[in-house]
Design a protein. Structure first.
Length: 500
């Protein structure tokens, strides 16, 4: 349900991108990205930390949840005021006066987000993922609708700012409606220290990961300009498809945390996750490498050709990015957020050095650095994550290598066929019709070759049956058909979350 909801959310975001790219300029996107590069780190305080602490903990009561709620609210107030005050410093750093005023508006997202963290965490602890996912999807729709309407009315980059505020506001309203839990007054409580330390380790890891993920925006915006950052950001948005995998963290951690005492079942579930992730990720990565330019040309229009060129260097890293996004599930599910934080330091240093080396080559060089970083770090990350439970990298490699080889074979064969027959009508056609024709033809060619290579390497259709079975289980209609009496109201969800 979470994957389905996020897939629909990406579809809504794609529609938004298609519309906003024609109503706003690359500079509008770039100047807002200059601010959100910093603000999103503070927005996620509590979202990344207290959420995992609530989900991973064996028992939780009303008093504990109340204390965490008020800690999060107080932190949200302080961070909101601090970020708004720092707007002038960011404006001087970028050399753009508009940044100061945008920062004041965006700062509101920090406080608004803090009001819903505990309610959403309780729903996820009770495994009401359908409710959480639906609420998240609807909040994205509201945000996109507001941004498009205001952009059409001529608000410029302020359309993006107001849309950014609308999303956490609608999400918070939905969370309080779905979860009827009401916090009480804070009190002294034993055991708070260990929970806060766990949460801070998780947030520390998130912060390092965030700095790593956004150092590219910082460097491009500082070294070049808002327009260059706008082109780069749209190419990166297509690259960051692993958000679909990362969005499953709470689902995976909820399940794996209850299996971490059963090593056989734990390993079985984890390897199945990795196999399916590799099957999808390697295929998607190779295919988008072939059609990425046309996808961006079709979605954003002819004024965004530079984004398509940059994406060409992102494509080969998508498969590794999908896999790399799952290694943290091991650390969190076994309660070792401290090790996850320490690995974040390694990731930050390695990726940062690659960015600095690649910066002279511009946004395209940064894209190459991203791709290289994921291929360099993936295997060491799984080795480090699995050490406390003696889960080595050999099973990981065995679960994924055939999909990597299949994607390489299918991708190279598709490229050779396309270049070997330049006279094909769809290759030379320009405009949207040509882009659609190339996307359809290349996708069909690559899909057939990739599935054929997977079947050949596995000596059978077992991987296809596995994914088909998973897709059948993921059909959400049964979830939508549930009545409120089945647990769709939040009084039940909160009660379950506080007693599980």
């Amino acid at each position: 349900m979470t994957l389905f909801s996020n897939g629909m959310g990406l579809l809504v975001q794609m529609v938004s991108t298609v519309a906003l790219a024609r109503l706003l300029t690359p500079a509008d996107f770039g100047v807002v990205t200059m601010v959100t590069t910093f603000s999103l780190l503070l927005v996620n305080f509590g979202v990344n930390g207290f959420t995992e602490a609530i989900i991973q903990r064996e028992e939780i009561d009303h008093s504990l949840a109340t204390n965490l709620f008020w800690i999060n609210i107080c932190a949200g107030i302080l961070l909101t005021v601090g970020f708004a005050a720092a707007g002038s410093l960011m404006a001087r750093f970028y050399g753009n006066a508009s940044v100061e005023y945008i920062a004041v508006g965006i700062s509101l997202t920090i406080l608004i987000t803090s009001t819903s963290v505990m309610h959403l965490a309780l729903l996820m602890r009770a495994m009401h993922f359908s409710l959480v996912s639906t609420n998240d999807f609807l909040s994205r729709v509201v945000s996109v609708a507001v941004s498009v309407l205001l952009a059409w009315s001529g608000w410029g980059y302020w359309a993006l700012v107001v849309g950014a505020i609308a999303q956490p506001l609608s999400q918070s309203i939905g969370a309080w409606i779905l979860c009827s839990w009401v916090p009480g007054f804070p009190c002294r409580l034993a055991g708070m220290g260990s929970i806060v330390r766990f949460a801070l380790n998780v947030y520390g890891r998130f912060s390092l990961n965030y700095f790593t993920r956004n150092m590219d925006n910082l460097l491009v915006g500082w070294r070049f300009n808002a327009q260059a950052l706008g082109f780069y950001k749209k190419a990166y948005d297509l690259f960051a498809l692993s958000a679909l995998v990362q969005s499953l963290t709470t689902v995976a951690v909820s399940a794996l945390s209850r299996l971490n005492r059963d090593s056989v079942q734990y390993r079985k579930y984890l390897l199945n996750i990795l196999a399916v992730t590799a099957f999808v990720g390697m295929g998607v990565g190779a295919e988008l490498t072939l059609i990425g330019k046309d996808v961006i040309r079709l979605l954003l229009g002819p004024n965004w050709e530079e984004s398509g060129r940059i994406f060409t260097y992102f494509g080969p890293g998508i498969g590794a990015m999908f896999l790399y996004g799952t290694h943290g599930w091991i650390q969190l599910s076994i309660g070792r957020a401290d090790r996850w934080f320490r690995w974040g330091v390694v990731e930050f240093v390695v990726t940062g050095l690659l960015f600095i080396v690649a910066l002279p080559w511009g946004p395209a060089g940064i894209a190459v650095a991203w791709t290289a970083s994921f291929w360099i770090l993936t295997i060491p990350a799984f080795w480090y994550a699995g050490r406390p439970i003696q889960f080595g990298v050999v099973p990981v490699i065995a679960a994924v290598w055939k999909y990597l080889v299949a994607s390489l074979l299918a991708g190279c064969a598709s490229a050779v066929i396309i270049r070997g027959f330049p006279s094909l009508s769809f290759v030379a056609v320009s405009g949207p019709v040509g882009a659609v024709s190339r996307i359809a033809a290349i996708s069909a060619l690559f899909g057939a070759l990739y599935l054929g290579a997977v079947i050949l390497l596995h000596q059978g259709c077992a991987p296809l049956y596995q994914v088909a079975g998973l897709l059948r289980e993921m059909v959400p209609w049964a979830q939508f058909s549930r009545s409120p009496a089945d647990g769709a109201t939040c009084g039940t969800g909160a009660s379950e979350a506080l007693t599980l």
